[in-house]
Design a protein around this ligand. Structure first.
Ligand code: ARG
Ligand code: ZN
Length: 844
C-alpha cells in the first residue's frame, strides 16, 4: 500500500496528555495507556483510528466504560464521544521476541526502544504520526536498577520510576530504557543558568569508553548556544549505548539512544575516524533537540526538514571544531560515493519524496546528505546574515509545531524578500544535475557559459532548470587570484557570465567548495588542472583538480593497459604533499585515489560499461607505481607524520596519523610489509594498529597480525567488528567471497547483530571488484544472507539491498546475475514490506 504526500489530512483528534505504565517482562510486558483526546477543530474527518501492530489487546475503556474496538493488524477503530474523553487501554507485548529492533526490544538483557519512524505502534495503540504532539508521563516497573524515559525524573521507589516530559512531542520521540547500567556523569550550565545533569549510560565494563562522548556532548551544547542561540530545555540529558541497533543513533527527547559504535570510544579501541564520527553523531542527535524535536515534521514526507537541516548543522559544527576544508572534502567524497549513485539509479527520489510504502526505506543519503546540500546552497544564496535571521524566525515562529518544507522556505522568503519558488525544485526534482561549461575570452572579457540538464529519473521524465549557486574564482597566468570567489546564480538552462577588464586570459576555478551538488562536466586540460593543483586558493578545488587528474590518469590506464600513471601529475602532487605548510589531514586527502566504485560510476556516466576487474587492476598498478616512484621520499614523509605527544584524538594529531597511514600503505608495497609489521607491534592506539593491519593485508602478509589482533580483542565487540570488516574489505577480489564465507562461520559471527552483519556483508559489498566477481558468487552469497536476515530484521535487510543499486552500470552478464539474486529475494514467501519495496524499486 502506497502513501502519498498529496493525501495529507490532519488527525481528527488532539491529544491533551498521555500517561503510560510499563510492567516490564521479557515475553509479557504490560503497557497501560491513559490518553486524553479532544476533537480537533482543524480536522473534518472524525474517524477514531489508533495505530497498533503486533499488540495483544487486554482491555480498552472510554471514560471508564469498557469498549470493544474493531481491531485489525494495523490498528483499531472505535466509536467515541463528540467531546473530550479519556481513552484507556492495556496491551501485552514481548520485547524479547522483537528481533526487528523496532518498538520495545531487548539487547543483551537490557530493554530499549526505537520508535522513529513508526515503531511506537508496536508499543501501544496510538495516533502514531508526527503531527500529533502531546505531553507524556511514564511509569516503569521493573527490578532492573536503571529505569529511564523522556523528560525530567519524577518519583522513584523500589522497582519503579516515574518520568515526566513537559515538552509536547510526537510518539516517534518516545523512549524507554531499563537495564543494569553504569553512568558516566557530568554537568552543564546553560547560558541562562539552567543546571543540566548529563549521563552517558553503558554496560558494566564500558565505563572507560565514555569520556570522549561526554566531551562531545558538552561541546555540542555550547556550540548550539553560541552559533544558533539554542539552549537545552530539561534538567537532565541522558544518552544510552546499545549494542543491537539498526541505525547510528536516535534523538528521543532527553534520552538519546545510540548504537554503541556511535558513542563508545577509547584510544586503544577506536580510530581517529571513529572519534570524529562519534563527535559528529553526538552533535547531530543533540542538535535535533531544536531541529526535530521542538520543531518537528508534519508528516514523514517532510523528513528532510529535520534531517537535512540537522546534518547541515552537524557539518558546520565539525568544520568549526576541526578543519573546514577537510570536512568539506570528506563530505563531498561521501556524497559522490553514496548519494550520487542513489540519485542516478533505480532508487532515485526527491529530497522530499512524494510517496512511499515503508518510510524506513527513505532514511537515505538523498534525504540526509543532499538535504543538507540544499540548505548549504540556500545559505550561500541569501548570505550568512540572512541565514541567521531566517533561522531565528524559524525558531520563533514554529517552536512547538509540526512543520513542512513550505514553512521552512517561507521564513527565508519573509526575511529576505526572495521568491524561492524555483529554488523549491531542489526538494521535488530527483536526479543529479549535469553542469557543462564553455569558456571564451575576447576584448579583455572572459565569459563562462553554463548549461544544465538533469537526466530523467524513475517517475520523473521532464526536468526543469534548478537554481545553481556557482562559486567561481579566476587566476591569472602567473597564479595570482584576479577575481576572488564570486557567486554566480544560475537559473536558466543556459546562461553566460562575463568578467571584464582582464588583460590576460585567466584560469577559472569553478564550483569552489562544491557550491552545488552537481556533476560538473568540464573539459579542463591537463595543464589547467596541474595549474589549479599548484595555485588554486580554494582548498576544495585544489583537491578537486588533483582528483580530476587522478581520474584522467586511471581512465587512460584503463583504455591502454600498457600505460602507467601520469608522471607530471605525480610530480606536481608530490610537491604539494611535501609542503609542510599544509595541514597533514589535507595532504592525506590529496593522497587518496577515487574509489573503484567511483571510477565505475564515472565510466558509466561517460557512456562506457565498467569492468570491475580491469578497474581494480588499473588502481593497483597505479598504487604500486606511485609507491615505487616515491620510494625515496617516503621515510621523510613518515617522519613528518610522526606524533610524539601522548595520544589525543584532536584534528591535528588525527591529521598526522592519516598522513602516516597513507604513507605506510605506500611503504608496504615496496618493503613487503616490514614497516607495517613494526608499526603493528609498537602500536598503542587503534588508528596505528588498524592502519598497520590493513597495510599488511594488502601486502599479503597479515596472517600473524590477524591472529594476534583476534587474541588481543576477542572480548571487545566493536573492535572485533573491525577485525571482521577489514579482512573482507581489503581482501584480494578473487578471495573476498571465500573470506566472507569463512568469517560467517566464525563462532563470533552473530548475524542478528546489525553491526556484525554489516561488518561482514557490508564489507563484501564495499569490495568493488570482489562483489562484482564475474561468476556472481558474491551476489548469491549476499542474497542468501539477506533472505535469512529479512525474517528477523526487515529494516537492516532493506537497507543492505542498496548494495545492488548500481546494477545497471554493469555488463549484461552481471546485470542478469544481479537481477537473478534480487528476483530470488522478491520471490521469497513472507518477504517483509521493507525489503519488498526496495527490491521492486531496484528491479524497476
Ligand atoms: N532520526 C535518527 C537520526 O537521524 C535516525 C533514525 C532512523 N530510524 C529509522 N528507523 N529509519 O539521527
Ligand atoms: Zn538525524
Amino acid at each position: 500500500q502506497t502513501i502519498y504526500l498529496k493525501d495529507y489530512t490532519p488527525f481528527g483528534f488532539t491529544v491533551e496528555k498521555v500517561e503510560l505504565t510499563f510492567r516490564l517482562a521479557p515475553t509479557a510486558t504490560r503497557v497501560t495507556s491513559r490518553i486524553r483526546f479532544a476533537p480537533n477543530p482543524a480536522a473534518t474527518d472524525r474517524t477514531f483510528f489508533l495505530h497498533g501492530e503486533e499488540l495483544k489487546l487486554i482491555r480498552a475503556a472510554i471514560d471508564g466504560a469498557e469498549v470493544t474496538p474493531d481491531v485489525t493488524p494495523q490498528g483499531l477503530t472505535c466509536p467515541v464521544p463528540d467531546a473530550p474523553f479519556d481513552w484507556e487501554a492495556e496491551v501485552e507485548i514481548a520485547p524479547e521476541d522483537n528481533t526487528a529492533l523496532e518498538g520495545l526490544y531487548m539487547s543483551r538483557g537490557m530493554y530499549c526502544t526505537q520508535c522513529e519512524a513508526e515503531g511506537f505502534r508496536k508499543i501501544t495503540y496510538y495516533p502514531d504520526r508526527p503531527d500529533v504532539m502531546a505531553v507524556f508521563s511514564v511509569r516503569i516497573e521493573s527490578d532492573l536498577p536503571v529505569l529511564l524515559s523522556n523528560g525530567n525524573p519524577g518519583d522513584t521507589g523500589a522497582g519503579w520510576a516515574e518520568w515526566h516530559d513537559p515538552w509536547p512531542k510526537p510518539a516517534y520521540l518516545f523512549a524507554l530504557v531499563a537495564g543494569d547500567l553504569r553512568a558516566h556523569s557530568d554537568r552543564f550550565t546553560t547560558r541562562s543558568g539552567r543546571a543540566v545533569d548529563l549521563n552517558l549510560w553503558v554496560r558494566p565494563g564500558d565505563e572507560g569508553k565514555c569520556a570522549w562522548g561526554m566531551e562531545a556532548l558538552k561541546k555540542s551544547m555550547r556550540w548550539d548556544e553560541d552559533v544558533y542561540g539554542r539552549e537545552y530545555d530539561l534538567d537532565v540529558f541522558n544518552i544510552v549505548a546499545v549494542d543491537d541497533f539498526n541505525m547510528g543513533a536516535m534523538e528521543n527527547k532527553g534520552l538519546n539512544i545510540f548504537n554503541s559504535s556511535a558513542v563508545l570510544a577509547s584510544p586503544e579501541t577506536s580510530t581517529d575516524a571513529n572519534f570524529e564520527r562519534i563527535e559528529a553523531i553526538i552533535a547531530h542527535e543533540y542538535f535535533h533537540n531544536w531541529t526535530g524535536n521542538r520543531i518537528t515534521c508534519r508528516d514523514w514526507f517532510q523528513l528532510c526538514l529535520k534531517e537535512g537541516l540537522t546534518v547541515f548543522r552537524d557539518s558546520q559544527f565539525t568544520s568549526d571544531l576541526r578543519s573546514a576544508p577537510v570536512k568539506r572534502i570528506g563530505d563531498v567524497i561521501d556524497l559522490r560515493a553514496r548519494q550520487f549513485p542513489e540519485d542516478q539509479g533505480p532508487l532515485s527520489h526527491p529530497v522530499r519524496p512524494e510517496s512511499f510504502q515503508e518510510i524506513n526505506n527513505f532514511y537515505t543519503a538523498t534525504v540526509y546528505e543532499k538535504g543538507a546540500e540544499v540548505i548549504g546552497m540556500l545559505k550561500r544564496l541569501v548570505g550568512d546574515d540572512a541565514y541567521a535571521r531566517a533561522l531565528d524566525l524559524y525558531f520563533e515562529r514554529h517552536d512547538g509545531q509540526a512543520c513542512t518544507i513550505e514553512d521552512w522556505l517561507r521564513v527565508f522568503e519573509d526575511t529576505t524578500g526572495r521568491d524561492l519558488a524555483q529554488f523549491k525544485r531542489w526538494y521535488s526534482q530527483a536526479g543529479t544535475p549535469r553542469l557543462s561549461v564553455e569558456e571564451s575570452y575576447a576584448d579583455a572579457t572572459y565569459t563562462l557559459t553554463f548549461r544544465q540538464h538533469t537526466p530523467p529519473t524513475p517517475g520523473q521524465d521532464e526536468k526543469l532548470p534548478q537554481v545553481l549557486p556557482i562559486a567561481v574564482g579566476l587566476l591569472n597566468p602567473n597564479g595570482d587570484e584576479v577575481v576572488p570567489t564570486t557567486l554566480l546564480e544560475m537559473t536558466e538552462a543556459e546562461q553566460s557570465f562575463s568578467f571584464p577588464n582582464l588583460p590576460a586570459r585567466p584560469v577559472a576555478s569553478i564550483l569552489r567548495g562544491f557550491s552545488a551538488p552537481v556533476v560538473l562536466e568540464r573539459d579542463a586540460s591537463r595543464e589547467e588542472n596541474l595549474f589549479l593543483l599548484a595555485h588554486d586558493t580554494d582548498p576544495f578545488n585544489r583537491w578537486e583538480a588533483s582528483r580530476a587528474l587522478a581520474v584522467a590518469s586511471l581512465m587512460n590506464m584503463l583504455s591502454d593497459p600498457a600505460r602507467g600513471p601520469d608522471g607530471a601529475w605525480l610530480d606536481a602532487l608530490l610537491d604539494v604533499i611535501r609542503d609542510s605548510a599544509l595541514d597533514p589531514a589535507y595532504r592525506a586527502l590529496l593522497l587518496g585515489l577515487p574509489s573503484e566504485s567511483e571510477l565505475a560510476q564515472r565510466l558509466y556516466e561517460a557512456g562506457t560499461t565498467p569492468d570491475p576487474e580491469a578497474i581494480h587492476a588499473a588502481a593497483e598498478k597505479h598504487r604500486q607505481a606511485r609507491a615505487e616512484l616515491w620510494q625515496a621520499q617516503l621515510p621523510a614523509l613518515a617522519e613528518e607524520a610522526r606524533v610524539d605527544a601522548p595520544f589525543s584524538p584532536d584534528a591535528a594529531q588525527a591529521g598526522k596519523r592519516a598522513l602516516g597511514g597513507a604513507v605506510l600503505a605506500m611503504q608496504s608495497r615496496v618493503d613487503g610489509g616490514k614497516a607495517a609489521s613494526a608499526q603493528f607491534d609498537a602500536a598503542d592506539n587503534m588508528t596505528a594498529q588498524l592502519s598497520a593491519l590493513t597495510s599488511l593485508i594488502t601486502a599479503g602478509a597479515a596472517d600473524d597480525a590477524l591472529a594476534a589482533f583476534e587474541a588481543q580483542w576477542r572480548h571487545d565487540r566493536l573492535v572485533m567488528d573491525k577485525w571482521f570488516g577489514v579482512q573482507i574489505a581489503f581482501a584480494p577480489p578473487h578471495d573476498a567471497v571465500d573470506v566472507t564465507r569463512r568469517l560467517t562461520e566464525h563462532p563470533d559471527f552473530d548475524w542478528k547483530n546489525p553491526n556484525r552483519f554489516r561488518a561482514c556483508l557490508g564489507a563484501l559489498a564495499m569490495n568493488h571488484a570482489g562483489f562484482h566477481r564475474a561468476d556472481g558468487a558474491a551476489y548469491d552469497l549476499l542474497a542468501d544472507w539477506l533472505i535469512r536476515l529479512d525474517a528477523k530484521n526487515p529494516q537492516t535487510t532493506a537497507r543492505m539491498c542498496t548494495a545492488f543499486q548500481s546494477w545497471k552500470r554493469y555488463d549484461a552478464a552481471r546485470q542478469e546475475k544481479m537481477r537473478a539474486a534480487l528476483g530470488r529475494l522478491r520471490d521469497q514467501p513472507g518477504l517483509s514490506r521493507d525489503t519488498s519495496e526496495m527490491v521492486a524499486r531496484l528491479l524497476g
